[in-house]
Design a protein around this ligand. Structure first.
Ligand SMILES: O=c1nc[nH]c2c1ncn2[C@H]1C[C@H](O)[C@@H](COP(=O)(O)OP(=O)(O)OP(=O)(O)O)O1
Ligand SMILES: [Mg+2]
Length: 202
């Protein structure tokens, strides 16, 4: 039987991607909802990594298996890396991504291509029942478009254009997004770290 990992997120888009990436492991990733955990976590850290650790530790207080969490967001260079750790709260917590995306586009009005650089960042923390904490980070570079393109993914994907693939992350299949994404990179590093931790190599 596969060992359970609770992923401390309420974001269904993340869970879908994470399940695909973890499919080839001996772990079964379950959401907080599946674990019957319904708590609101205050993300008051000052970095992606701090927030990922806060989320994982908070759920670990009421769990008995490995708990993982992801804190991620969009850094737009022209906006001094905003919205960054405030990506989910940008323009208000309950504002739709259609509006959030429009707000980013508007803030970049008249800004030329070379200054529209941005990246998605993902920090992942895994907290073990023995107190051990493993952390990883991944990024993917892109350009902010002038309009939304694509219906896949979630969040800021429709405005995040990846030049090497000539499309937005919302126009990619899940497999392709996972291959190149901040979350894919961070989670694959985490799989490797967990493997060596569990093999006693650390
Ligand atoms: O691949 C992505 N494609 C598009 N947008 C993305 C991506 N990854 C993060 N993002 C954006 C969405 C959200 O505005 C913020 C994450 O905020 P973040 O607090 O980590 O997640 P969340 O509040 O949606 O769920 P939770 O905290 O329960 O895991 O960055
Ligand atoms: Mg959040």
């Amino acid at each position: 039987m596969k060992e359970k990992i609770i992923f401390a997120t309420k974001n269904r888009g993340k869970i879908k991607e994470i399940n695909m990436i973890m499919e080839d492991t001996n772990y079964e990733v379950i959401s907080m909802e599946d674990a019957g955990i319904n708590i609101d976590i205050v993300e008051d850290g000052s970095t992606f990594l701090e927030n990922a650790i806060i989320k994982a530790k908070e759920v670990m207080k009421i769990a008995e298996c490995i708990v993982m969490a992801d804190d991620s967001g969009l850094e737009v260079d022209y906006l001094d890396k905003a919205p960054g750790i405030y990506s989910a709260r940008f323009g208000g917590e309950n504002t739709s991504y259609r509006i959030k995306n429009k707000m980013i586009i508007d803030k970049l009005e008249g800004v030329e291509e070379k200054d529209r650089t941005a990246r998605f960042v993902c920090a992942i923390a895994a907290v073990f029942p023995d107190g051990e904490i493993l952390t990883t980070r991944g990024t993917v570079e892109g350009i902010i478009l002038h309009e939304e393109r694509g219906n896949n993914g979630f969040g800021y994907d429709p405005i995040f254009y990846v030049p090497e693939y000539s499309c937005t992350t919302a126009e990619m299949d899940n497999e392709v997004k996972n291959k190149i994404s901040h979350r894919g990179k961070a989670l694959r590093s985490m799989k490797a770290k967990m493997k060596s931790y569990r093999n006693g190599c650390n």
